[in-house]
Design a protein around this ligand. Structure first.
Ligand code: C2E
Ligand code: CA
Ligand code: CA
Length: 702
């Protein structure tokens, strides 16, 4: 078996197709925007530079014009203060006035580097006689000639601060940035549109997956994109088909009995619940009928698996056919437009019907009776003539249960009681429920009692009439409660058989009986030990081995053990009985047929089984008291027949001397009954044996 699959922790899905597409588009837009910005920025810078140069040139020219005008006006002495004023402007860094030889006339600041630049530029202007410019120290230096009456008299150099111009450039570029922003904004929905278009098939796949999760079975996905999406859709459809098939298979396994193909108990309960809840609105219910094939249950374990399946299938078919026929009849008679019956196999040998048309106990009972008579018809199977022995319990929803489960539970309680019902059909009643409850409690108590070893063997003496001595004992189970009260086996044995507790219980009694017998034999007081065997024990093929093992452990010779079975147990499956009996008889164990005369089996059939002993049932002995001639005749007949078949006979329930005399006169050698003693605890029985030994010794000595 493979280990359970590890729990899947939800994984972050890798970037999907949609994600990648979105990223790609965003990347593209960003790159384009960056390139465009860089280009525009560069262009704007160049433009701003040209603009700056033009402005600087004009301003510088105007300054030289002012200088000329001042000299012409004879105010040359004010030149230094004019230079100072000009240099104070925000956009001017420095000013220098030079004569034609480059000598300084007036100047603002004396930074050596600035002096170098203004000297250089002034020399260039003096040489060319025109405006010169130069970029240095992050600033723009412009030199212009100074004219006086058409004569060049020197040059002015102004170094313009670049900041002022750059600010202006940024302002100039604002519309462009606005445009760029709009473009980006527009790009988002456009990109989204393209992305959505690109991932539309993916979206469809996602929708499909969601539908699968929500509804389970969507229609197949149709996608003709001719790309990976189409392949993916194909794979999806294939996967869904396989999933669908697996689901159907699981449903089948979970709700259909694989052998008969009938619904199983789970499905039965669901369908009945559905039907009941629907019916309630129209004040209608229905009957749950549970059937059990007793003999089938007994036969199954002995069959080969294939044969068992085949028989089960056949029985299922018979059951379903019978149910359908009877249901049709019932519905026709009811004249109702009621739904058809639901038929199911709800246990190993249990079947059930829910009939919405059987609304009253009378109708439900009729349904059950007709089913029973149809199913009890013997049928042929592999050279056998089988009759299945059907029991039926009935409960009616609404009356006996609110839902499918409680109605079925009550039908099962009725089924348990059907065993003792004359027609083997029983309708649920409240008192059955109480009994079932009491049984349930008793069963629980019994489990505890078994663990506490409260089930003990008591021993009833069996007398050999030839010697008049206790030479054997029958072990009888007693439930000795802690308060020393004793529960009769008539109360707990049937329940132990029903609940399967009989196995461990009988084993405990058999074991104790064998150990005690072995101990008494070692003490010089050997007795033959008789132990009762229940029907359930006898159905188990391993029973002989268990008996032999217990004998072995106890150290008791097999010849000292006698097993008692009733004729109904023996006749349940005569073939198996013969097999089991022979196996133990070969080892030396003897077999007695218990309660003989009570059953209905023919003596001829019984005599074919290898028994050693016949126990005449106590009712015939008791009947002797009333002078019942028939009982006397039966006892005589049994004794005669046993003599002819060479069987030993034990008369049970001898309570008076007359009983003993009657059977002894007709050749019965063994008796047991209250006349000699009831079953007693082991210690008491041992005491009886010891006293008997003493008596024998004293009598021998006398
Ligand atoms: P059974 O095998 O027929 O046992 C004989 C029953 O008759 C015993 O009842 C016994 O106490 C009672 N009895 C004996 N002598 C007389 C008598 O003179 N007069 C009357 N009226 N009754 C007498 P008990 O012990 O109550 O057992 C009842 C049944 O329970 C047994 O019937 C047997 O079928 C079953 N049983 C008892 N012990 C075991 C056991 O260990 N295993 C199984 N499988 N069944 C057991
Ligand atoms: Ca018995
Ligand atoms: Ca008996």
């Amino acid at each position: 078996m493979s280990p359970a699959a590890p729990v899947q922790t939800p994984m972050r899905p890798p970037l999907g197709l949609a994600g990648r597409a979105v990223l790609f588009v965003i990347g593209l837009v960003t790159l384009t925007a960056t390139l465009a910005t860089a280009t525009v920025w560069y262009g704007a810078n160049q433009e701003s530079r040209r603009h700056q140069e033009m402005v600087a040139r004009d301003l510088t020219r105007r300054f030289t014009d002012n200088v000329s005008a001042m000299i012409v006006d004879g105010e040359a002495a004010r030149l230094p203060s004019m230079v100072e004023r000009m240099a104070a402007r925000d956009d001017v860094m420095r000013i220098s006035l030079r004569d034609r030889d480059g000598q300084i006339i007036a100047e603002s600041g004396r930074n050596p580097e600035d002096v170098r630049i203004s000297t250089l530029l002034a020399n260039r202007v003096n040489a060319s006689g025109d405006v010169e410019r130069m970029h240095a120290q992050g600033a723009l230096a412009v030199g212009a000639p100074i004219f006086l009456n058409g004569q060049r008299i020197g040059a002015a150099v102004v170094m313009w601060s670049p900041d002022e111009f750059r600010f202006n450039t940024l302002l100039a570029l604002t519309p462009f940035f606005l445009f760029l922003g709009c473009l980006m904004l527009a790009a988002v929905p456009i990109a989204a549109h393209f992305v959505r278009k690109a991932i539309a098939p993916l979206d469809e796949l996602t929708q499909f997956a969601r539908k699968v999760a929500e509804q389970g079975e969507p229609a197949p996905l149709v996608m003709k994109t001719g790309d990976e999406f189409e392949t993916l859709a194909g794979a999806f459809n294939g996967m869904m088909e396989r999933l669908d098939a697996s689901m159907r298979r699981i449903q089948e396994i979970a709700f259909v009995d694989p052998v008969t193909q009938l619904p199983n108990q789970d499905r039965f309960l669901r369908e009945v619940d559905f039907s009941i809840s629907n019916a309630r609105t129209s004040e209608e219910g229905g009957a749950v009928l549970v059937f059990e094939f007793q003999r089938l249950q007994a036969m199954m374990p002995a069959l080969e698996p294939d044969a068992a399946r085949e028989l089960m299938r056949l029985v299922g078919e018979r059951f379903a056919n019978a149910a359908r026929t009877v249901d049709k009849l019932m519905r026709a008679r009811a004249g109702l437009n009621s739904a058809a019956a639901i038929v199911a196999r709800i246990g190993a040998s249990e079947f059930a019907i829910y009939s919405p048309s059987a609304l009253t106990p009378t109708n439900a009972g009729r349904f059950a009776q007709q089913m029973a008579s149809a199913l009890n018809q013997p049928f042929d199977w592999r050279d056998h003539k089988l009759s299945l022995g059907v029991l039926c319990g009935v409960a009616i929803s609404g009356r006996d249960g609110d839902d499918a489960y409680s109605t079925l539970r009550h039908a099962r309680i009725a089924l348990n009681a059907a065993q003792s019902a004359p027609a083997k059909v029983k309708l649920f009643t409240q008192s059955l429920d109480r009994e079932a409850m009491a049984r349930f409690n008793l069963e629980r108590e019994m489990r505890g009692a078994l663990e506490r070893n409260e089930f003990r063997a008591h021993f009833q003496p069996k007398i050999n009439l030839d010697t008049g001595r206790v030479e054997a004992a029958e072990a009888l189970a007693r439930w000795v409660r802690p308060d020393h009260t004793i529960v009769s086996p008539n109360r707990f044995i049937p329940l132990a058989e029903e609940s399967g507790l009989i196995g461990p219980l009988s084993d405990a009694i058999l074991r104790e009986a064998c150990w005690k017998a072995a101990a008494w034999a070692r003490a010089g007081m050997p007795v033959k030990m008789a132990v009762n065997v229940s029907a359930l024990q006898f159905r188990d093929e391993r029973f002989p081995d268990r008996v032999l093992q217990i004998l072995n452990h106890a150290g008791l010779p097999a010849t000292a053990l006698e097993l008692e079975i009733t004729e109904s147990v023996a006749m349940e499956d005569p073939e198996r009985a013969r097999r089991l009996i022979n196996k133990l008889r070969e080892a030396g164990v003897r077999f007695a047929i218990d309660d003989f005369g009570c059953g209905h089996s023919s003596l001829a059939a019984l005599s074919k089984l290898p028994f050693d002993v016949v126990k005449i049932d106590q009712q015939f002995i008791r009947a002797l008291d009333n002078g019942d001639a028939q009982s006397a005749a039966i006892i005589e007949m049994i004794l005669a027949l046993a003599g002819a078949l060479d069987l030993e006979v034990v008369a049970e329930g001898v309570e008076r001397r007359e009983h003993v005399e009657f059977v002894a006169a007709r050749g019965c050698r063994w008796v047991q009954g209250f006349h000699y003693g009831a079953a007693m605890p082991a210690a008491e029985f041992a005491e009886t044996l010891r006293r008997q030994e003493e008596d024998t010794r004293t009598r021998g000595a006398a």
